[in-house]
Ligand binder design. Structure first.
Ligand code: GLN
Length: 454
């Protein structure tokens, strides 16, 4: 995998940092265990992995795709990092991402875009485009992403790989640099559903260091993937979401999705159509809630505690150093979100914007609850379009935000969702993703249906 990275990553740019020495040392340690006849630490011992650069790592830099953290070395490991290391997983390096995970194309990285291995002129999705591209380019067999509004599933869809957003609280956020704390969720990226399940098992589960971590066992995701692989979905009720079809969806996405629904039916699933009327309000609600939380979370980047410091030459006040540093260190999209969020939270506007968005969030949760009374899983296309061209949407934030139309409801409601490859679009030959959604703590259903389908 290190050779493959050396051969293709100049073109793909999936990695921000490759830890050749660390990876080889970790791999050697696994070899020594095997030679000494010791049990492997986990089924993934010795398997290479690409880690999104939003998880802190003591032995590697963590930039979160931002200049403001350039040169920062975290003094501790994220719980996800620790669990990977304890499982004997070989961390190859840190992957490229939209700055602070804000974006849908990886073009907001301060370190340049990642290219989609299917067509180097196109985006790999975002914010976790580096992680998904590293899988599609065969640089790594496993990767970790984070999904606040779609950043695991949407890059998965447009790179033809699997991505899972676990139930909120299912994977620890300790050491995950915060964007929107009530939405952020780490999860597995892989080329097959079973691989994703094996990784989910390693990183999931309760963590006392994260107050929102769920104190319950990891759902039986590996067993569910193995069960699903038998290809029998008899008795499984699947709901097709009415609101996530029709206008705005590329014809090739629609036909690949319809073929997937037919295949689920052929595997024995009972398919019905389910309306979730509030889902059309999810995107505007998200773009108030996520920036609001971001404006609070990013206040910690004050030029004193971490990374970059500009203008600290004795001539400027502390306030001036703070604003010079933020001016130089944050990119345009991050500044836009901080301003929107600060505005939405300000007195006089709070009820009208943030308060209303929170009410919409409740309506979306109620739509999911009602739907899951009738069906076991919901399905939709993961994204309305296939991978778009690099540069095509950079000047149009609204067009960029639409990439997450179908993924955002699951973040707002906190339930589990997966994107699994669903063939190639007849329009452009690029990958399409099938999104599967399940109730909170029923992540195993995603793996059963995903493995049966794939
Ligand atoms: N594209 C969405 C955003 O820009 C989602 C990002 C994410 O899931 N981290 O906020």
């Amino acid at each position: 995998h290190l050779d493959r990275i050396a051969a293709v990553d100049d073109a793909v740019h999936a990695f921000l940092h490759v830890d050749t020495e660390g990876a080889l040392a970790a791999a050697r340690a696994v070899d020594e265990d095997v030679a000494a006849g010791r049990d492997a630490a986990s089924p993934l011992a010795g398997v290479p992995l690409a880690l999104k650069d939003v998880f802190v790592t003591q032995t590697m830099p963590t930039t979160v795709g931002s200049k403001i953290l350039e040169g920062w070395r975290p003094p501790y490991d994220a719980t996800v990092t620790t669990r990977l290391l304890q499982a004997g997983v070989v961390i190859l390096g840190k992957t490229n991402m939209d700055e602070f995970a804000m974006g849908s194309s990886t073009e907001n990285s301060a370190y340049g875009p990642t290219h989609n291995p299917w067509d180097l002129d196109r985006v790999p999705g975002g914010s976790g485009g580096g992680s998904s591209a590293s899988l599609a380019a065969f640089e790594a067999p496993l990767a970790i992403g984070t999904d606040t509004g779609g950043s695991i599933r949407q890059p998965g869809a447009v790179t033809g790989t699997v991505g899972v957003k676990p139930t909120y609280g299912g994977v620890s956020r300790y050491g995950l640099v915060a964007f929107s704390s009530s939405l952020d969720q780490g999860g597995p990226c892989a080329r097959t559903v079973l691989d994703a399940a094996l990784l989910h098992q390693v990183i999931g589960g309760h963590d006392p260091l994260d107050s929102t971590s769920i104190d319950a066992p990891v759902p039986a995701v590996v067993a569910a993937a193995r069960e699903g692989a038998k290809g029998d979905l008899t008795g499984v009720r699947v709901g097709v979401i009415t609101e996530f079809q029709g206008e705005g969806y590329q014809p090739g996405v629609t036909s690949a999705f319809n073929a997937a629904v037919e295949q689920l039916r052929a595997l024995g699933a009972e398919v019905v159509e389910v309306s979730c009327p509030s889902f059309t309000l999810a995107l505007p609600a998200y773009y108030l809630i996520a920036p609001s939380e971001c404006s609070s979370n990013l206040a910690r980047f004050d030029a004193m505690r971490f990374g970059l410091r500009v203008g600290d030459n004795g001539e400027h006040s502390a306030e001036a150093v703070m604003s010079l540093t933020r001016e130089a260190g944050f990119g345009a999209e991050v500044k836009r979100r901080i301003m929107i969020g600060t505005y939405a939270l300000s007195s006089g506007y709070y009820d009208a914007y943030y308060g209303s968005a929170q009410k919409v969030r409740t309506l979306i949760k109620q739509d999911f609850d009602a739907a899951f009374e009738r069906v076991d899983v919901l399905v939709s296309p993961t994204t309305p379009t296939t991978a778009f061209k690099i540069g095509e949407r950079v000047d149009d934030p609204m067009a960029m935000y639409l990439a997450d139309l179908c993924t955002i409801p699951s973040n707002l409601a906190g339930n589990a969702a997966m994107s699994v490859p669903c063939g190639l679009s007849e329009d452009d030959g690029l990958p399409v993703g099938l999104q599967i959604m399940a109730p909170p703590l029923a992540d195993d259903r995603l793996y059963r249906v995903g493995a049966a389908y794939e």
